[in-house]
Design a protein around this ligand. Structure first.
Ligand SMILES: [Zn+2]
Length: 220
């Protein structure tokens, strides 16, 4: 079925906002997510509903149909596999790949994606730590908590970020932080919740807000 980029982006936005497969998302939430007007969202939701990709109820909002969910999950799979490729095989940094993957994810070729998946060795997580759905649309979730919830003396391995926009990732790059690095909390500022961390022998200072957007797996 041929869908436009815009239609695909709506399905992805609904999946992202719904939290659960049958979750209903309001028109306003979609408008805010896609930075567009409620009127254009309503138009598009009617279109997607005609194509039976969503269930749309006028004052409640939209939820994905089974087919809509399949399409949205496959977009996530393509997006995240391309991100792994761009980082692992082309040597790009994790702050530059999201925008490019936003375009690559719309290429319609199951065969290309299966080849890519094989080539990469079936990765389970993208460079930002987000799970990659398999062909059947299933994915693994990991135990992850915000870095800001560790107490002093505790260590964690960075496994993801809550935000994948470039300025944020660039900030992390500048601090030397990336997926897989292990950090230990030395002190926490009681006033602004800033953290002093030890990473590979170096001290790193992070604001509480930034620490809140980094996901870690506690390590003993
Ligand atoms: Zn991305």
């Amino acid at each position: 079925m041929g869908l436009s980029y815009a239609e695909e982006n709506y399905l992805k936005a609904i999946l992202k906002l719904s939290g659960s497969p049958d979750g209903t998302v309001s028109t306003n939430a979609i408008a805010a997510q896609l930075d567009t007007s409620a009127a254009s969202v309503t138009d598009m939701l009617k279109k997607l509903s005609d194509k039976e990709l969503i269930t749309y109820q006028r004052y409640k909002g939209a939820s994905l149909s089974e087919e809509g969910q399949r399409v949205a999950t496959s977009l996530l799979r393509k997006h995240r596999l391309w991100e792994v490729f761009l980082v692992q095989s082309l040597g790009m940094t994790w702050d530059e790949v999201h925008e490019i993957a936003e375009e690559l994810e719309h290429i319609q070729s199951d065969r290309l994606i299966e080849r890519l998946d094989n080539f990469l060795g079936h990765p389970k997580f993208d460079p930002h730590g987000d799970p990659i759905p398999n062909k059947q649309g299933r994915y693994t979730l990991r135990a992850q908590i915000p870095l800001s919830t560790l107490v002093s003396g505790q260590s964690g391995m960075i496994i993801g970020v809550k935000e994948d926009d470039s300025p944020f990732l660039k900030h992390l790059n500048d601090k030397g932080l990336s997926i897989g690095k292990i950090v230990r909390v030395l002190t926490i500022d009681e006033y602004d919740h800033g953290l002093l961390l030890r990473m590979e022998g170096d001290d790193v200072v992070l604001s509480g807000q930034v620490a809140d957007h980094i996901l870690v797996k506690p390590v003993a």
